[in-house]
Write a protein of this length. Structure first.
Length: 134
């Protein structure tokens, strides 16, 4: 099963954000153990790196963390067609629209997020998804 993991889930884990850390870590664990095929979007990589610079002052440590993350998840590339079609979706947040478009193209069954928005792919919180995969 393919899942697209939202940036907020990755940040919950890497920044150890409470109370979300444990349930979000379970999602990454499913991807790490290959129980699911976990993906993040290409633009999530830059967003995660940018935000985590505030948590990790050592650039080498941050680079190592990012490289380890990329051993656990795959990248859903962003195509020009995704960018163009995301404009046509009626979302308040363009980034969410782009993510939904990428998820649909890679045939992800779920987007794992804490942001609940209407999209063309099933949304699931980390807690609910973990319970459903047991």
């Amino acid at each position: 099963m393919k899942i697209l993991i939202d940036t907020n889930i990755i940040l919950d884990v890497l920044a150890k954000r409470k109370p979300f850390y444990k349930s979000s870590a379970n999602i990454l664990r499913l991807s790490e153990t290959e129980a699911v095929s976990g993906f993040i979007t290409a633009n999530s990589v830059t967003d995660i790196f940018f935000i985590l610079r505030k948590h990790f002052t050592d650039k080498k440590e941050l680079n190592d963390i990012m490289q380890k993350l990329l051993l656990i998840v795959d990248i859903a590339d962003t195509l020009k067609s995704d960018i163009m079609q995301a404009f046509e979706l009626e979302f308040n947040d363009y980034e969410d629209a782009l993510q939904a478009r990428c998820a649909k193209r890679i045939k992800a069954e779920y987007i794992i997020t804490r942001n609940q928005t209407d999209v063309s792919v099933k949304l699931c919180t980390p807690i609910k998804f973990s319970r459903n995969t047991r």
